[in-house]
Design a protein around this ligand. Sequence first.
Ligand code: AMP
Length: 109
Amino acid sequence: MEKDCIFCKIINGEIPSDFLYKNDTLVVFKDINPQAPVHLLIVPLKHIRSINDLMQEDKEIVSEMIMTAGEMAKKENIAESGYRLFFNVEKGGGQEVFHLHLHLVGGWK
Ligand code: AMP
């Protein structure tokens, strides 16, 4: 848990948020500023700054994030139409919140 991390605050309930899904590894919630009709964030409970900071021991977390993204796409009925998954990495890659998260976007007509 990082003191000034907005996603840690969402995870520990300091900032109220509706989780679409939660398990022992991650939470899923809607992006506050959606870039698509469906825009979800898949966020590990563990505070990891970015892809650059992943350790060998985090392999299962990343795998769980991707598997969950696939499940959430099905739940949101965008699996067949298609969607994008992406990580922004550090400032040059467009990352604004420095707590690892996977974007799931889709639902365009
Ligand atoms: P990134 O640019 O990859 O770091 O993405 C951070 C994302 O977090 C952006 O798409 C923001 O709209 C989103 N975001 C920031 N604050 C919140 C919040 N309180 N609740 C939900 N999404 C947020």
